[in-house]
Design a protein around this ligand. Structure first.
Ligand code: ASP
Length: 335
């Protein structure tokens, strides 16, 4: 019997699977074709050209979708959850790698982190450069992810992101650059570890998280995200009603502060829907008990807004959707 790990790999699309549009590609063309790259390559073809992959694990690739990650949504995450949980229960599967576009990678990873109930490593990865580019990073990212998915201690780590040989906890990771292969950073927490010389060098395991149990599939609630900007009087809040949104997240200034001009609208909205307060500053938690002026965090929390801890707007939005879908109370997250 082989002692190699058995790894299920799901491809959803993204740059890693992109190649120049067929009609735009001319024989001998050295420059980037005008038509740009689009999702093309299958999971099998991606894995087939990765040197050494078969020595590390038995990888079972599956093309789940072929889309740019802007087109992924909660339904895709729920389908993945079902698939992965079924696989973990019924078949020999030591770990899972999900391969997708980097634009929404941190959101998929975070969402899976709070809804998946499995005790095998689950890794999300992608690439900043498509396969036709010089120094494409896709093969290396998949290889590193398979190494991480084969590392048993990561069964207790929640969903992780592996990019550029860095290993990130889903709750901390953010795409911070449009081009750099080192675009992913662990803000607030630091990296979990690294893949180095084919081995895992682990720094720490992230603390346990709250997992939302979806008893039944329900309609995905619409939760809006509004960002505070200089001189903005919050007019956008007037367009939000309980008919178009079931919840709202506000990315406020600094440690969680809004202009006084927003407060009357907020007082009306909070009667109809839960509102989470987070910071538009990328690092540090939203405060709860420091500033005493009108529109600062003490006042806003007093009006009923729920502080989001270190979660930024996009992650707080998913957190609220998960709370609403599971019927659980929307309490501040533990992190
Ligand atoms: N636009 C691409 C996507 O998210 C970017 C990437 O994969 O890096 O699908």
């Amino acid at each position: 019997m082989s002692d190699k790990a058995d790894i299920a790999l799901y491809l959803l699309g993204g740059t890693i699977s992109m190649a120049p549009k067929k009609e735009a590609h001319k024989e001998g063309e050295t420059e980037r074709p005008k038509g740009g790259v689009v999702p093309t390559i299958s999971a099998d073809d991606l894995c087939a050209v990765i040197p050494g992959l078969d020595q590390i694990a038995t990888v079972r690739p599956q093309t789940f979708k072929k889309v740019a990650s802007a087109n992924l949504n909660m339904e895709d995450a729920l389908r993945l959850k079902e698939e992965i949980e079924k696989l973990a229960k019924t078949q020999k599967c030591d770990g899972v790698v999900i391969v997708q576009g980097t634009d929404t990678l941190e959101e998929m990873a975070f969402l899976l982190d709070i809804i998946l109930e499995v005790s095998i490593p689950v890794i999300v990865t992608g690439a900043m450069r498509s396969a036709n580019m010089v120094s494409a990073d896709g093969a290396s990212n998949i290889l590193s992810s398979v190494i991480a998915a084969s590392f048993a201690p990561f069964a207790m780590a929640g969903v992780l992101v592996v990019m550029n040989e860095d290993i990130h906890a889903a709750r901390y990771v953010q795409k911070c650059h449009t081009r750099d292969v080192g675009a992913f950073k662990s803000l607030n927490g630091g990296i979990i570890g690294q893949v180095c010389e084919g081995m895992i060098r682990m720094n720490y395991l992230p603390p346990q998280k709250r997992v939302f149990n979806f008893i039944e599939k329900r309609v995905v609630p619409k939760v809006g995200l509004v960002k505070a900007t200089f001189g903005d009087e919050g007019d956008i809040l007037k367009l939000i009603t309980d008919e178009n949104f079931q919840g709202l997240v506000i990315e406020a200034f600094g440690a969680g502060h809004l202009p006084e001009s927003w407060l009357d609208h907020l007082d009306i909205l909070i009667k109809d829907m839960p509102i989470m307060l987070c910071s538009r500053t990328s690092e540090g938690p939203v405060f709860q008990n420091t500033y005493g002026y009108v529109g600062a965090e003490i006042d806003l929390i007093g009006r009923g807004l729920i502080p989001s801890g270190i979660l930024d707007g996009p992650k707080a939005r998913l957190y609220m959707q998960a709370c609403l879908m599971s019927g659980m109370a929307i309490t501040p997250p533990d992190y």
